[in-house]
Write a protein that binds this ligand. Structure first.
Ligand code: ADP
Ligand code: MG
Length: 592
């Protein structure tokens, strides 16, 4: 379930527990005002961590999460409000609700679960949208929740103040809830779902290719994050005692998002950093806002000082630290490496059992008026290396995209044994035993080499023996000693090897490689050829390889097909193809 080393999780959780309780302990000696400030700080921190679970892991900024805070606040408050007060202020409540009065903890739990259900319904719809469309949809969500809260007078008192909520939120309840929320956010980040979602955030096409259903993981994170927001809302309601719909609208959204952006979206460390920085700045600027005396001069009152200050901090963060002050890593990930132990690496991987042929027939791909691929047919057998060559723009990558369901052909069929692949989603293909790499490298650059490969193993073949498969793939590509590095910082050659290791971790029967040697020097290319030969010989994998390096194609491939302007002009052994006049003409031009 959790993919980070146990040591990381233990350190992170212990630190959260100690830091939050230490802050609460110190605040408990302070004035009542300090105590109230710290309660608001803890509630904000829960809120930031909650938004971070969705936005940080998925990469989709959400404006809507404060809406869930509002739903949580109203829901919990309706359950704890004393019955006589309900009768007096909300006479039209349904009778089961009018006569219910629960204690704070139970009411909060129910509110959290209720919001989880609401989020499941909303998230199923929003999860279909990508990027900024999704962000706009969350903004719509905030406005709709606000509208419903104002309109539903019988239950919420509309725009009027909802009052009389028992003041149950103490410094210590807020602190304990904060510990729970932060640990939940931290665990989600390194759960299988969180890792898959971060992979999808880094590169959606590659995530699909290793079997990840990004929409599903988005929904999971949306529900978890909404539930954390509901907790924050319930606490805030029982701290304030009275509130109205505008408490859960743009102002608080702005504050929480500024914390998230300044601190860094994708980590709990970032949520904490952002909450501390913005709270401090707010507290300092608030004192200036009402006018102050500087060296005997009376400074005038300046409205909006706090907002302007926070705006400037956001700008500063964007210019100097686009990923937030904490960056993309948790503090303990910076301090401690993963525990990669080479003895975990199995010496031999299992040879594959199913041996199914891939049959592509009559593939045609039209992009508007351009026919990029025109009636291409061939067979790829397990255990053989099949080369696809041709000049730039001849349609090689397009063929590979059709075989792996990234593109749907205009006409044609791709059969794996008796199974038709055309029309399937690209995230299903990996589980049919097809894995691939990309011409323009598509790694998950913010994940380590190990995580890049591990997430693929976890998302294919029901995640069976995922760790062993990860080690085996890293071992084969000679990457064990680089496993801890961020994949985005490696050289091109190494990045290509990570891509192959990631594909291999899916335990494919067929492997498609789009220009795997591009960016490699001769020595690296020779190593790669050796590795690929072994994959065929030892595991029985069939390889489809596109490359410009004719030495590689000649020495490696059992059969070669040549594409020119989308048409297949020759097929045969490297020897036969080399001597084919049509191929010579395509490569050297008519003048030759
Ligand atoms: P190769 O991999 O052999 O260099 P490609 O398959 O990438 O060639 O491209 C074949 C042709 O199809 C090129 O003319 C290219 O511009 C065009 N093409 C590829 N992908 C698209 C796309 N998504 N939309 C429009 N045209 C495309
Ligand atoms: Mg190409």
């Amino acid at each position: 379930m959790i993919t980070a080393p146990k040591r990381h999780i233990v350190f992170a959780s212990a630190a959260i527990f100690l830091v939050i309780l230490a802050i609460a302990g110190l605040a408990s000696f302070g004035s009542g005002a300090l105590e109230r400030t710290m309660i608001v700080f803890f509630v904000s921190l829960i809120g930031v961590a909650g938004i971070g679970v969705y936005s940080g892991n998925s990469g989709i900024l959400s404006f809507g999460h404060v809406g869930f805070m509002g739903i949580g606040a109203y829901c919990a408050s309706l359950l704890t409000l004393p019955v006589p007060l309900k009768t007096a202020t909300l006479p039209n409540l349904p009778s089961w609700l009018a006569t219910t009065q629960l204690d704070f903890v139970l009411a909060t739990l129910i509110a959290v679960l209720f919001v989880g259900v609401v989020a499941a319904i909303i998230g199923a719809a929003i999860g279909r949208l990508e990027g900024s469309a999704a962000t706009i949809a969350t903004l719509g969500l905030l406005i709709i929740v606000h509208g419903v809260t104002i309109g539903w007078r019988d239950v919420t008192r509309g725009a009027q103040t909802f009052f009389g909520v028992p003041r149950e939120t103490t410094l210590w309840t807020a602190a304990i809830a904060c510990v729970i929320a932060l640990i939940a956010a931290r665990l989600y980040r390194d759960s299988i779902s969180g890792l898959r979602l971060r992979a999808g955030r880094d590169n959606a096409i590659a995530a699909n290719a290793v079997g990840i259903n990004i929409q599903k993981e988005r929904l999971v994170s949306f529900i978890v994050s909404a539930m954390i927001m509901a907790l924050a809302g319930a606490l805030l309601a029982h701290f304030l005692g009275a509130f109205s719909p505008k408490k859960f609208y743009f102002t608080d959204t702005f504050f929480l998002l500024s914390m998230l952006i300044v601190g860094g979206m994708s980590t709990v460390t970032g949520a904490f950093t952002g909450a501390v920085v913005i709270t401090l700045i707010t507290e300092i600027l608030r004192r200036f806002e009402s006018g102050f005396t500087l060296f005997g001069f009376e400074m005038p009152t300046i409205f909006g000082t706090t907002q302007i200050g926070i705006g400037l901090i956001i700008l500063f963060a964007m210019f100097r630290k686009a990923n937030g002050l904490a960056g993309l890593k948790e503090w303990e990930e910076r301090l401690f490496d993963r525990e990669i132990s080479p003895q975990n690496a199995p010496t031999a991987s299992q040879p594959i059992e199913e041996h199914t042929e891939l049959q592509a027939s009559g593939l045609v791909m039209q992009f508007g008026g351009l026919t990029a691929v025109n009636d291409v047919s061939f067979t790829l057998k397990p255990g053989e290396i099949f080369g696809l060559i041709g000049p730039n723009g001849s349609g090689k990558t397009t063929v590979m995209n059709m075989l792996s369901c990234v593109l749907k052909p205009t006409v044609g069929s791709v059969k794996l044994g008796d199974t038709e692949l055309i029309g399937r989603k690209s995230n299903e293909v990996a589980n049919f035993g097809i894995a691939r790499t990309f011409q323009n490298i598509r790694l998950f650059p913010d994940l380590t080499v190990y995580q890049n490969v591990h997430v693929a193993a976890l998302s294919t073949r029901q995640g069976k023996n995922a760790e062993a498969r990860t080690y085996a793939a890293l071992h084969r590509l000679g990457l064990l000693d680089r496993a801890d590095e961020d994949s985005g910082t490696l050289s091109y050659g190494d990045q290509r090897r990570v891509e192959i290791a990631r594909a291999l971790a899916c335990e494919p029967t067929l492997l498609f490689l789009d220009e795997p040697a591009a960016g490699m020097n001769r020595e690296e290319t020779d190593d790669l050829m050796e590795t690929l030969r072994k994959l065929c010989a030892e595991l029985g994998i069939g390889i489809l390889i596109v490359d410009h390096d004719l030495k590689l194609i000649n020495e490696l491939c059992d059969r070669v097909a040549v594409l020119n302007e989308g048409k297949m002009i020759a097929e045969g052994t490297p020897e036969e193809v080399r001597n084919n006049p049509a191929v010579v003409e395509a490569y050297l031009g008519r003048s030759a």
